[in-house]
Write a new protein. Structure first.
Length: 107
């Protein structure tokens, strides 16, 4: 699935089940919240924090939630995520194609 198709699926879902999009500002706050939830999972799974009693860790769910809200924001602001991602990939390839290969910190 291309991101453009995912954007249509989310848009269709919003109009069928969600009544309307939350405001862009609300979705930005939700995105921040979801990133924080992923950070909590990563801190407990790969960092020094321990898991609290009764707490479940689900990085997959948190990443999907982040993607969902990001797609909502893209739809609301007219961003074609497929085109934007391809542009970003080209930029990074041009800028960094040798940079990481010769980084002694990565050896």
């Amino acid at each position: 699935m291309e991101l453009k198709e995912a954007q249509k699926i989310v848009d269709d879902w919003i109009h069928e089940h969600g009544v309307r999009y939350f405001s862009e500002l609300t979705n930005m706050a939700i995105l921040s919240e979801e990133v924080g939830e992923l950070a909590r999972v990563i801190a407990r799974q790969y960092g020094d924090q321990s898991v609290k009693e009764g707490e479940t860790l689900n990085a997959e769910e948190e990443m999907a939630d982040i993607l969902w809200v990001l797609i909502c924001l893209a739809n609301q602001t007219g961003v074609d995520l497929t085109a934007a991602f391809n542009k970003s990939l080209a930029k990074k390839t041009k800028r960094d194609k040798l940079r990481h290969k010769y980084n002694p910190k990565l050896k």
